[in-house]
Design a protein around this ligand. Structure first.
Ligand SMILES: Cc1ncc(COP(=O)(O)O)c(C=O)c1O
Length: 371
């Protein structure tokens, strides 16, 4: 792999993705919908989709129809589902491309069916049930009414029914159990009336780890696919591994005299003579303009000092006198015996690892290992 042409880049190990998908299949014995919305949680949707499918994932899940259409255009032929809103105007295209949409409101279904007249064939849909997330979905009674009315419609093929957990990553199991109880009661009623769609799915990564009773026909892992933990309270089993490493090259190294300001606002001033390095990474890449971030240089942790700029930031390199311009610096991932995890960076930013990886800018080149 030649990275000489890059100043900062992401390396994504597709073997890690495959191995994480297999770990999920072994654990759940259910079909896997690889959730690859937001450009595969920043990892690169197309390559993640391919790797996940190679490892046995049957479905890809995205948030928006644009993401689904792009995957189709790029040759992904697996089942694809849009988990969120689809504008009625794109329903004919969803039908043509065999993309499954979510229906979470009977009014919306009417608009979809009107739009569906413009394309031959039936719209594939999954009914979304509100069981406690307070986001999208029909309450169970409405979902039952909806299925009774539409289960046999000429333009609608209701393939699935699903719900989403709000707190499956937390030690308190009550909310998840209540959500599951509401959902299973609905399923039972539908089964008795012969209205149960063929694919039932509920589990996000946290539920995959913590609630085996939620697996049903298919699971919907996102964050675990990438080897990242759903939350500090829900660590991943040891067979999962992170796929992503963020690297940069040291582009400048200087000895600054005592009392010298570093970066905008001079919030950092050298105490004595200090070795200050520069890396071409900034908030324009999804790094953050906050204090307390660290990087790995020559296998050692060093501090990012001074304000992070749009495209660059500075490192305090007194502890690594052997550092040289051109050295590889790791911002996320392993170097030597140290790891900087997305979880570490999230803690420093006061957010979650999901936001760290989803915020990785498009301009960062993505290099796929073991493609
Ligand atoms: C409906 C739905 N299912 C599954 C997932 C995957 O969740 P996670 O990344 O926590 O596994 C998401 C992500 O937010 C989602 O919105």
């Amino acid at each position: 792999m030649d990275t000489q042409a890059y100043s900062t880049w992401l390396e994504i190990d597709l073997d890690a993705i495959r191995s994480n998908v297999r770990a999920i299949s072994r654990r759940t014995h259910a079909m896997v919908m690889a959730v690859i919305k937001a450009n595969g949680y920043g990892h690169g949707a197309l390559q993640i989709a391919r790797a996940a499918i190679e490892a046995g994932a049957d479905w890809c899940g995205v948030a928006r129809i644009e993401e689904a259409l792009l995957l189709r255009e790029q040759g992904i032929s697996s089942e694809i589902m849009v988990l969120g809103y689809t504008p009625p105007a794109l329903i004919p295209e969803a039908i043509r491309q065999g993309i499954h949409v979510a229906i979470y409101d009977p009014q919306m279904a009417k608009a979809y069916l009107e739009a569906a007249q413009k394309a031959p064939g039936r719209l594939k849909a999954h009914v979304k049930v509100e069981t406690g997330m307070g986001r999208l979905g029909m309450v169970p009674e409405k979902a039952a009414e909806f299925l009774a009315e539409y289960h046999d419609h000429a333009k609608l093929e209701i393939d699935g029914i699903f719900t989403h957990f709000a707190r499956a990553d937390e030690p308190d199991v009550n909310t998840t159990q209540e959500q599951l109880a509401r959902f299973t009661a609905l399923l039972e009623g539908l089964r008795q009336r012969g209205l149960l769609p063929k694919t039932v799915h509920t589990s996000n990564s946290a539920a995959i780890i913590n609630f085996p009773q939620t697996y049903f026909d298919m699971v919907r892992p996102g964050i675990a696919l990438y080897g990242l933990t759903p939350s500090p309270e829900s660590p991943l089993p040891s067979e999962f591994r992170p796929a992503l490493t963020w690297k940069a090259r040291l582009t400048s190294l200087r000895l600054l005299p005592p009392g010298h300001g570093v970066s905008y606002g001079h919030q950092y001033k050298t105490q004595g003579e200090e070795r200050i390095g520069v890396i071409p990474v900034g908030y324009g890449d999804g790094y953050r303009r906050v204090p307390g971030q660290q990087a790995l240089v020559r296998g050692q942790r060093v501090d990012v000092v001074g304000r992070v700029c749009m495209d660059q930031c500075m490192l305090q390199l007194d502890s690594v006198p052997e550092a040289r311009v051109g050295d590889e610096v790791v911002l996320l991932g392993v170097q030597g015996s140290h790891r900087l995890s997305a979880e570490d960076l999230a803690a420093c930013w006061g957010t979650i690892n999901y936001e760290v990886v989803c915020g990785l800018a498009d301009r960062l080149p993505r290099i796929f290992l073991n493609a």
